[in-house]
Write a protein that binds this ligand. Sequence first.
Ligand SMILES: Cc1cc2nc3c(=O)[nH]c(=O)nc-3n(C[C@H](O)[C@H](O)[C@H](O)COP(=O)(O)O)c2cc1C
Length: 200
Amino acid sequence: MKKREFIKKGFLGIGSFFLAGKAKGLEYYPMPSDKRIAVIYATWCGTSRDAALWISEGMDGIANVFDVREDPDISGYDHLIIGGSIRQNKVPGQLENFLEKNRAAVSGKVRGLFAVCGNMRQPVGNEQYRTFIQDYLAPLSGAGQVPSRIFLGRITWGLMEPEVCEMMKKIPGMEEYDNLKRPECMAFGREILDAINKVN
Ligand SMILES: Cc1cc2nc3c(=O)[nH]c(=O)nc-3n(C[C@H](O)[C@H](O)[C@H](O)COP(=O)(O)O)c2cc1C
């Protein structure tokens, strides 16, 4: 191929890539499976993103993983795992809005719920399950009694909005920490997949 033709074809190829649809910076490519499972998460600084990916890894990577800000089309999924990080006892508003907007499509498909919180670095107990799952995420998503997990999260100053960072640093004893555990997230994913396999 002549140099000029090669360059022309190259430009055409790049052009058609961008025209083919929304160009996506990052897309999670799940392992092939006949199960149509998605994990949808909401995060400020990324802890719930890692939890979501590790939940999928616990399912041998067959669940697709979406940040709720992508506004994923869930019509192609039979099973959903939904969760998010907690600030002032709430997940990000985008997740609340997404669940309200897609209530009919979501309820009946929820196979697992999770939340990620600091909990002042104390072990999670019944109170957190009641506050974040039973009285909040379960009714919000129209889920009945489904497997749920609350993971301890982390604080990373460099990822926080400057004003939030400044405010957090004023809290006595507050420092960076990382309590999210990949094996716990993976175990949760495996538990949900086992439950799905039992029914299907
Ligand atoms: C402004 C702010 C408010 C928070 N509020 C709560 C809270 O109400 N309860 C709690 O247990 N943890 C709270 N946390 C801790 C976060 O849930 C924890 O750091 C989590 O890992 C953050 O996830 P992210 O990386 O997705 O932002 C708060 C953290 C920040 C920065």
